[in-house]
Design a protein around this ligand. Structure first.
Ligand SMILES: Cc1ncc(COP(=O)(O)O)c(C=O)c1O
Length: 385
């Protein structure tokens, strides 16, 4: 009988849990967290972890700054969840829709500060028109070059918005923030250093304009994993938000943010078949279990990791093996030694993801491992409502 048995508390190891499963390596994650805390301390900024990657109070509790300073989230559901677990300061770093303002107000009534993201007069007016009898805290979002959202650093609307938010009614201006997400398009460390400087300079400039206009700017916030890792300095910035650095992934390896041995989140999969004529080993982790994120394809044939690199149960990469194709529930592993001798039916592997945030989103919980022993199960807060 080769298939997995259900896990029990007495035999909880990686050979006994149902696959596919999301695994987090506790010691790798602890190291990643400590490195990020140390990096922020060295740069003289506070760390406001973005918990859109981990979506877990158990992970949050292991990040000292999450408790002492605050966190960032990407959904109102995350904000509700973390507030219900006692997190007292939350930046919701996505534009809010008016129909969600009642939920935001309810979180605030429970004693948690939720800081909203505003980049237009219309968005600010929506806070006023909500007439919920609360004061909404808000940061103005700056576009430091990604061109996803926010106002360009020289836009006069920044000061106008800051002044209007500061003057109320129903609103309070907290500061400015930006996300240097265009660092993901960079192809060298020098390019990321330059983008990190653009990211820093954009918010420091916007904050100075607000201060000159007499509007105090308490928070000056930057953040992405690549820019935090590569920034040469963060003078004038008060806090950095990075999220994926807690787990890291293959794209972060490619950007020089970590080593492959630092990747803490993997997918446990079982070999379910072979196609010797095609050099294929089939695993039970396809697009649903790994995500169809193919971001490493943009790195060219040398850097392309397919849908993920294959590692053994200890998390050590098996040279040359990657998931080259992903159907809904089938993953097709190819590469030197992709055969039944090396990977017999029923054997198990761990797959390192291209993009940890996307891969983790498919799972309701983590199996936390020390070595190959499963030591805990941590729930995640997925979805939106
Ligand atoms: C607004 C904002 N801040 C911070 C981050 C964290 O960046 P990373 O995932 O590179 O750690 C993100 C990621 O998308 C983001 O959108």
């Amino acid at each position: 009988m080769w298939f997995a048995r259900p896990v029990t508390s007495s035999d909880a190891d990686l050979s006994s849990i149902q696959t596919p499963a999301l695994i987090v390596d506790r010691s790798r994650m602890d190291t990643n967290i400590q490195r990020t805390e140390d990096r922020c301390a060295a740069l003289g900024v506070r760390y406001r972890p973005h918990l859109k990657t981990a979506k877990s109070i158990d992970v949050s509790r292991l990040i000292p700054s999450a408790t002492s300073h605050g966190i960032t989230v990407s959904t109102v559901k995350e904000a509700e969840y973390f507030a219900s677990h006692g997190v007292s300061d939350i930046l919701y770093a996505v534009g809010v829709t008016p129909d969600k303002l009642g939920r935001i107000a309810a979180i605030g009534e429970g004693g948690t500060t939720v800081r909203l993201s505003i980049d237009s007069a219309a968005a600010m007016e929506a806070l006023r028109e909500a007439e919920l009898g609360v004061i909404f805290d808000a940061l103005v979002e700056i576009d430091s070059g990604e061109h996803r959202s926010g106002l360009l650093p020289d836009d006069a609307a920044i000061v106008a918005l800051a002044r209007a938010l500061n003057g109320g009614p129903g609103t309070r201006f907290n500061g400015v923030y930006t996300h240097g997400g265009h660092a993901y398009e960079a192809r060298s460390a020098d390019e990321i250093v330059a983008i990190a400087e653009d990211e820093r300079a954009s918010v420091v400039h916007a904050a100075a304009c607000c201060e000159e206009a007499g509007v105090p700017c308490e928070i000056v916030s930057v953040g992405s994993t690549p820019t935090l890792v590569h920034a040469s300095h963060l003078d004038g910035v008060t806090e950095a938000r990075a999220g994926v650095c807690v787990f890291h992934d293959l794209y972060q390896v490619a950007l020089g943010c970590c080593a492959v041995e630092d990747v803490a989140a993997t997918v446990l999969a079982t070999v379910i078949g072979h196609q010797p004529a095609h050099g294929t080993v089939l695993v039970d982790a396809g697009g649903m279990a790994l995500s169809k994120d193919r971001s490493t394809r943009s790195l060219g044939p040398e850097g392309d990791c397919g849908y993920g690199l294959v590692a053994d149960l200890s998390g050590d990469v098996m040279e040359g093996l990657k998931v080259e194709e992903a159907y809904q529930e089938h993953g097709l592993v190819r590469g030197p030694g992709a055969d039944a001798e090396r990977l017999p039916l029923g054997s198990r592997v761990r797959i390192l993801p291209n993009h940890a945030c996307m891969t983790a989103a498919a799972y309701a919980s983590y199996h936390v491992v020390e070595g190959t022993s499963v030591v805990a199960s941590w729930p995640r807060v997925n979805e939106w409502v």
